[in-house]
Design a binder for this molecule. Structure first.
Ligand SMILES: [Zn+2]
Length: 220
């Protein structure tokens, strides 16, 4: 969706109420810039001469310099991207910006927003990972943290990016927290360093859950 500002309605996504607002980023450009922003803050800040501290913060000025050069966008555009990001991937504070999760950079990911952790969380993964998960629990693999979602639907959406027919796993977050396992809230994603197998329940393949037909036989 487009984003923009309006003298009467303020910042908006889609269309403003009075219809006279100015669109600053159309959906296509917004998508491109968001993707790039997420890439630099999570993975390749250094390649653009942007310094990221150990908590993942970069100076907004530095990021703007690169965004302006590549996309011709400015501060307001950046603010709109952050504000309306559907997954709450970014935050701006005290002139700095960071991605809330998903880093491959060596940043200290052990911080959390205040807010309740749901009693149950969900993770969807490729069937190939199942054996390891049953044995060793959920581990971060290529990322720095395990990612979990508040609803099965969100988890499935994420899982489908990595596997055609992902397996849904339910996490007993409440007992895990009580057992001293740290679960962190980062935007709409929840993270942990490791969830042991005893807090996991395999719900089966997503196709079988969605169609409520028997799960497909896998060779793996
Ligand atoms: Zn308006």
């Amino acid at each position: 969706m487009d984003v923009g500002t309006c003298k009467r309605c303020g910042e908006f996504e889609g269309r403003c109420e009075c219809g006279k607002g100015r669109i600053l980023l159309d959906s296509e450009k917004r998508r491109k810039v968001s993707k790039f922003l997420s890439g630099i803050l999570r993975h390749f800040a250094e390649e653009f001469g942007i310094e990221v501290d150990e908590e993942g913060w970069a100076r907004v000025e530095d990021v703007l310099r690169v965004l302006k050069e590549r996309y011709g966008v400015g501060r307001k555009h950046l603010e709109l991207i952050v504000k309306f990001d559907k997954k709450g991937r970014f935050e701006i504070r005290n002139g700095k910006i960071r991605a809330k999760y998903g880093h491959s950079l060596a940043v200290n990911t052990v911080w959390s927003e205040s807010g309740d952790i749901p009693a149950k969380l969900y993770h969807a993964t490729s069937p190939e990972n199942l054996e390891s998960i049953v044995e060793r629990g959920l581990l971060p693999m290529k990322r720095r943290e395990v990612h979990m979602c508040a609803t099965p639907e969100e988890a499935i959406e994420v899982g489908k990016r990595h596997a055609k027919n992902p397996i849904l796993i339910e996490i007993d977050a409440e007992p895990a927290l009580k057992a001293g396992i740290e679960i962190r809230k980062k935007g709409r994603v929840y993270t942990a360093d490791h969830i042991p197998p005893n807090f996991l329940r395999v719900k089966g393949s997503v196709t079988s859950i969605l169609d409520s037909s028997p799960p497909e036989k896998s060779d793996k």
